[in-house]
Design a protein. Sequence first.
Length: 341
Amino acid sequence: MIHHRDRIGIELDEQPKPRGVIKRCNRDFIVREITTKGALPLLGHTTLSGSYDKDAFVLFNMTKQGITSNDTVFEVARQLHARVKDVTMHGMKDRWAITPQLIAIRSDVLSKERRFNHHSIYMRDIGTASQPLRIGGNKGNHFWIRVRRCYTWPDLADVHAVPIFFGGQRFGRLGDEQHVGRLLLTGNAEEAGYRITFPPLRWRLEQALSECNGNHRQAFLHPMMQEVSKFSVSQWQSYLFNRLVSAHIRSGLHLPGTFPLWCNRHSALYQSVWESAEPIEKEFERMAARTQRRTMVSPRNFTFRNERDQSVVFEFELPSGSYATVVLGQLYTLVEKEHGG
């Protein structure tokens, strides 16, 4: 889903851009994870073979389309008789796209007789590893994107170096899920609970509430909800990062190579974009990521070509944690149409 940029903290004084339609179908948006051997190939069928009993983890190329990364992990774990917690990956990939990516599964929990069949997920075991995959551990991603209905040519000078904002998919379907993290941090857990509407997460919260006698704060700290709470806090950190980078660009201030993500330690840096009138809840603040993020990125191997159907095909590579929609958002006012196959 493409949101108004200011809704996700990208608050820039921008000139009007030509309109471009992306993701009209899954084939318009292909994201291939880059490994040490290059970009993963697209799979069109499942092939599982080999025995890796002596190795800690089995690596798979998992190509999916039209399904979320979380739902894919649950389905893979179910069919291969593995535990969800033993399936690791480098990060989430777009739902409305074709996305080959690495996953790793502990070999000692895998069924000896491996069978997998799904109309939107294809699997191939491609090797082994001694360690699980970690978030952001891949070299980057290769993007092949078709932008349709391009009636005006964009200014390609804007793609040499672009602010490395967090993209709209970071903030959920409506572009406002980051406010759950804000409410948790400021002690408004009950209001945060009302904002959890996605059915699987709602069910999980209700289960946690029943075990915590209806106490929302304890429910969000319950082991069943800690992953959700941590991600909600990170969404708020992402929103504040977007606002801080935007503020520097608008003011003409020097943009350093990196900014730390928000946490209490760096609250003074973020005071201009968020000065909370309420004390910060320490238990939730501890969930905040303590890391630096680059402020600019330069797409690698950037190419494009005009198609006869008034579309433009772009190919480029970005380091892990970068968003292709942010790069293309420098060129177009992006519109995301209904998705097909």
